[in-house]
Design a protein around this ligand. Structure first.
Ligand code: ATP
Ligand code: MG
Ligand code: FE
Length: 344
């Protein structure tokens, strides 16, 4: 069973061919990072235009690398949300055209569910149930995946996403976009206890038990840097990076472990770009291990945006007969647990 999938939700144009849900035959990722870097972030109109230029070439490349042809593809998967509307539309329109021309089933995929499913590609024996911490550029959510097509959102951020906080703080520290990996590196030379930045919603009970907030932390770091600059005091960039990162990781780890206890699962999964963070992986691995929980995370290339994870998600929707029709639309703020964008 070959699935061809497209991913164009943000600034990566990607096409993949995946066999049997879990075997990557090709995963072509054309990154626009160099294009957007000079603006310090993604410019939506430029992203859409680049997707239009790149989408057919990446599909051709994926088919060639997989050694297959369109006629042998069983179904077409595509990210239909969440993401930038103009960027999503390029993938959705392309996938619809392919599905129509080839008379193959079309599957609308939730990008965040795709991030979680990257773990099934990386860990062939992994099966539900588990709790997933989705930490990406635009989202921070705890999800209880009871079964492949049964996802329950436990909680999410009330303001900024974890990756967004990394990128914004990196920007004021003059690191290039995206800043997450640069903070991760700088933090390795710093003292995580140097500056006591706030841990928001560090509560065990109540409505914020599984909720996150990172905007206060972001302001605290910006104030710290501005105050030091005004007083003409030197700052240790590694110490700021390490102390900021520790504040993020502490809360993420605490809440993920609480979610495991709440649901009774024995497995934890990291997903999204921030799942590539070395401190998050190491801290969660050690604390999960102490509690007898198994932790899974994808390799960095499958943490950030790619179409293989979308193909994997589409495969399990395919098994469930969850198809979209040609009315499939881009849904910029698509929520969890509503599989198939056609079924909104
Ligand atoms: P979303 O998935 O919410 O729509 P997105 O697709 O833009 O957002 P991803 O591609 O999943 O986000 O992840 C990109 C984010 O991951 C960026 O914010 C980037 O800084 C962050 N990131 C990547 N590597 C690391 C790292 N090692 N440490 C911290 N953050 C990282
Ligand atoms: Mg990206
Ligand atoms: Fe993403």
């Amino acid at each position: 069973k070959l699935i061809l999938a497209l991913e164009t939700s943000c600034d990566e144009t990607s096409a993949a061919v995946v066999a049997g849900g879990r075997t990557i035959l090709a995963n072509i990722i054309s990154s626009q990072v160099p294009t957007h870097q000079k603006f310090g972030g993604v410019v939506p109109e430029i992203a859409s235009r680049k997707h239009i230029e790149n989408v057919i070439p990446v599909v051709d490349q994926a088919l060639a690398e997989a050694g297959t042809i369109l006629a042998d593809i069983e179904a077409i998967g595509v990210t239909c949300g969440p993401g930038l509307v103009g960027a999503l539309l390029v993938g959705v329109a392309t996938a619809k055209a392919l599905a129509f021309a080839l008379n193959k089933p079309l599957i609308g995929v939730n990008h965040l569910e795709g991030h979680i499913f990257a773990n099934f590609l990386a860990h062939r024996d992994l099966e539900p149930p588990f709790v997933a911490l989705v930490v990406s550029g635009g989202h921070t959510s705890l999800v209880y995946l009871k079964d492949y097509n049964d996802l329950v959102l436990l909680g999410q951020t009330r303001d900024d996403a974890a990756g967004e906080a990394f990128d914004k703080i990196a920007r004021v520290m003059n690191f290039p976009y995206p800043g997450g990996p640069h903070i991760d590196n700088a933090a390795k030379q710093g003292n995580p206890a140097a500056i006591p930045f706030p841990r928001a919603f560090a509560v065990q009970e109540g409505e914020n038990k599984f909720a996150f907030s990172f905007s206060g932390l972001k302001s605290a770091v910006l104030n710290y840097l501005n105050n030091a600059a005004q007083r003409g005091e030197p700052v240790s960039i590694p110490d700021v990076a390490a102390s900021f990162q520790a504040a993020v990781v502490d809360v993420l780890v605490m809440k993920t472990l609480a979610a495991a206890q709440h649901t009774g699962v024995e497995q934890l999964v990291l997903a999204g770009g921030v799942a590539a963070n070395s401190s998050l992986k190491a801290t969660l691995a050690s604390q999960a291990g102490e509690q007898g929980l198994k932790l899974f995370y994808p390799p960095p290339v499958l943490c950030t945006d790619n179409a293989a994870m979308i193909a994997c998600r589409a495969y399990y929707q395919h098994l469930a007969g969850d198809y979209a029709d040609l009315n499939l639309n881009a849904i910029p703020s698509l929520k969890f647990g509503r599989i198939g964008c056609g079924q909104q």
